[in-house]
Write a protein of this length. Sequence first.
Length: 93
Amino acid sequence: MKLPQAWSNQSGSAPSAVTAKKVEARIDMSTAVAGAGLCPDCRKPMTPMVAASNDTLTCMDCRISLPVADPTEVVQDDANAKASVGPNTYLDQ
């Protein structure tokens, strides 16, 4: 099998060394920024809004919206989170 010369490592040049570069996230979701009501991207104060009956903090410039608290239908007590007895689908009936 013959490979193209560009694919082979026999061109005589050594592969270039890769320098390590520190990569940082663009947004800051720490308690000092997002937890304090600041936009995690631009760090300006966010505006309180209601989205689909959920209280949120929103930055319109960055198009970021963060919920203030989990909706009550998502937060469950483990003692009350029991499976219901009975058929689960129409085919089980």
